[in-house]
Design a protein around this ligand. Sequence first.
Ligand code: SF4
Length: 158
Amino acid sequence: MNGTESTSSTEAEKKFYEGGLKFSCMQCSFCCRGFPGVVLMDNKDLERFAKWAEVTVEQFIQMYCRWVESDDGFEYLSLREKRNMECIFWNKGCEAYEARPVQCRTYPFWTKILEDQNAWNEESKTCPGINSGKIHTAEEIETELAKYQSRNPIKRKK
Ligand code: SF4
């Protein structure tokens, strides 16, 4: 392998967010309302939520969750939405902010959004906080991404 190949392969491996990315939540709430969304939860999310709501896990599922069909043969547990498509916990702000699931906590540092610069730019069309405000270093971004990827969404056979 010559020097040129080595450099170009290193370039190819470089993440587009190597120099960090700007993001600050603008409190626009667009990610919590206005269009259908799926907020997946794992067992830790569920336990934290149930404790916060002072109900059992089973009660929490019954009161605040729905099962969402997926084409992989499973149904996934998600927070419910109101008729107007707002998250069940949206009320001029997130009523469950301290208990919100990892999916909400790690936005926008999700696998698909960090796929490449195009995916990041595409997401910025729906989120005014992307590309503005605080700079997150590549290390911080990968920490959030790792939290997002380590979730084990609750699912059941259809
Ligand atoms: S739990 Fe809170 S942060 Fe997450 S979608 Fe619902 S309202 Fe938004």
